[in-house]
Design a protein around this ligand. Structure first.
Ligand SMILES: [Zn+2]
Length: 170
């Protein structure tokens, strides 16, 4: 059984792990308990705290919350996906031609803009232009819009959009 101690407020966890029960043999087996202190790396000032743990014979490990997945993804994707932003795909209901786009606002807002462009015969949407030129219909959001990648507005949005445009064209 391992011992886990959480120090509230600091995001620190101290774990003491015992190795699995050794298979008994003729030799004397010594039990070594390795103690680890796990820290969320916030800034270099964290070393003041980790040094205290070092003196207590604890091995320090660091982890960060700045993982690529956390940076590129919204925290709660389980909720209404159309209320998020990022890269999306629109599929023509008649000929299934696909358009990839990006928005830093809600997907639903962007969908309405495409629909308005279609209604007004505006040239602001390539997707709407296709529907007008080919006399194809405009479907409901749940049918024609797909969220490809949910992320916040940022420089990487262009990169993600280009990647999906490329992968759709091959
Ligand atoms: Zn079409």
């Amino acid at each position: 059984m391992g011992v886990v101690v959480y120090l509230s407020g600091l995001g620190l966890g101290v774990c003491a792990h015992k190795p699995p029960t050794p298979i008994p043999d003729k030799h004397i087996t010594t039990h070594i308990t390795q103690k680890w202190a796990s820290f969320t790396y916030i800034s270099k000032e964290i070393s003041y705290i980790t040094n205290i743990f070092k003196r207590m014979d604890l091995t320090n490990t660091f982890h960060t919350t700045h993982t690529l997945a956390n940076l590129l993804t919204h925290k709660d994707q389980a909720h209404d996906k159309f209320s998020l932003s990022g890269v999306y795909k629109l599929t023509c209901p008649d000929c299934h031609k696909m358009y990839v786009g990006q928005t830093g606002r809600q997907f639903s807002t962007r969908y309405k803009e495409h629909k308005t462009a279609w209604c007004n015969h505006s040239t602001t949407s390539n997707f709407a232009q296709h529907l007008i030129e080919e006399a194809h219909s405009f479907g409901p959001m749940n049918n024609i819009m797909e969220t490809v990648h949910c992320c916040k507005k940022g420089a990487h949005l262009n990169t993600i959009e280009k990647f999906h445009i490329h992968s759709e064209s091959i």
